[in-house]
Design a protein around this ligand. Structure first.
Ligand code: UDP
Ligand code: MG
Length: 324
């Protein structure tokens, strides 16, 4: 397959999903062929050990619209999706799970939203078919938190079935398990995000790769995300802010030590508040210096990589006279 322009790139991370692949592929082909748009399917094998790898190789060799990227080991869903994005050439990227839980039949609905002018259309599994206690309840709280913390308000961040305009993903780098927060990361670019109700099916083959064990990781990722979205270009504001509050605490506590001595004759060295004063002042200085270090780091980050701190949508100008 050459570098010709495609309309759609379907990116599918695969980790030990052998039994689902053939059926998924047939369903997808049916939907995509009926759409009548040019497309490519990119399977990313994330270090499977159950024979998925060989199946994907086979599919890619048989079908000229299908490619398979085989990763050397299991890098995680975010990394697998990134590998797919790096290779994809379509104008619109669509991601979905390989386990048949997402319904390829929903792809036209997502595309309809994209045609309306949205930059991201995100699936909402309104009737989610996953275990209640280990998945749906934790997700409920996670969704609430993510919605509070980010400026993109969706019901279901965890749904892999999403469509993105290529430009949106080009500048987003995925670390850790950040694929869940792609719409929020993309919001930094000022894109229009919408939600589409999609079908969700119970898992019939293989096992879920996630469970309750990832709760703390999601929370840490969220803190990270909040920081990246709000303060990554001005770290001194958050670190300096905390430092200033701590210094203020130190001054108040120090002043009360002196006041106690003067008014009540309370021995200064025997006053535990003196310790608190020292602690507050030290922490305050530490935080402010951390903020300054942060400022140096972001300069290195943006300037060494030529990364702008803004995103241009379009440049409008008149052509100089003489140029047609
Ligand atoms: N996946 C992956 N690498 C991993 C874990 C998962 O590529 O390390 C893929 C997996 O094959 C599936 C998708 O990511 O296509 C979502 O995983 P899963 O269905 O286990 O998640 P759940 O639907 O239970 O949230
Ligand atoms: Mg699944």
């Amino acid at each position: 397959m050459s570098g010709e322009e495609k309309e759609l790139s379907i990116v599918i991370p695969v980790f030990n999903e052998r039994e689902s692949l053939e059926e998924l592929f047939q369903e997808l082909k049916g939907v995509l062929n009926a759409l009548g748009r040019s497309y490519e399917i990119i399977f990313v094998d994330d270090g499977s050990t159950d024979g998925s790898t060989e199946m994907l190789k086979g599919l890619a060799q048989e079908d000229r619209h299908t490619r398979a990227v085989l990763l050397r080991r299991n890098f995680g869903q975010s990394a697998a999706m990134s590998a797919g994005f790096d290779l994809a050439q379509g104008r619109i990227f669509i991601t979905l799970d390989a386990d048949l839980q997402n319904d390829p039949g929903d792809i036209p609905k997502l595309l309809a939203k994209m045609d309306e002018g949205y930059d991201v259309a995100s699936g909402w599994r309104k009737q989610r078919r996953d275990p209640l206690f280990t998945r749906r309840i934790p997700s409920f709280f996670a969704n609430m938190l993510i919605s509070k913390i980010t400026s993109v308000h969706l019901h279901d961040y965890g749904c892999t079935l999403k469509a993105y305009r290529r430009e949106v993903l080009k500048d987003v780098r995925l670390y850790g398990e950040m694929h869940r927060f792609l719409p929020a990361l993309a919001s930094w670019l000022g894109v229009k995000v919408t939600e589409v109700e999609v079908n969700h099916r119970p898992r019939r083959f293989g096992e879920s790769k996630y469970g309750l064990g990832r709760t703390h990781r999601v929370i840490l990722d969220l803190i990270n995300l909040k920081f990246l979205l709000s303060y990554s270009t001005r770290p001194i504001r958050i670190f300096g802010g905390i430092g200033m509050v701590s210094l203020l605490g130190g001054i108040v506590s120090g002043a009360s030590v002196v006041w106690m001595k003067l008014s009540g004759g309370k021995d200064m060295t025997g006053n535990p508040l003196l310790l608190l004063t020292v602690l507050f002042i030290l922490i305050g200085i530490q935080f402010i210096t951390m903020g300054l270090l942060g400022e140096i780091l972001i300069r290195t980050y943006h300037e060494s990589q030529g990364k702008p701190i803004y995103v241009v949508k379009e440049l409008v100008e008149q052509k100089p006279p003489g140029v047609s």
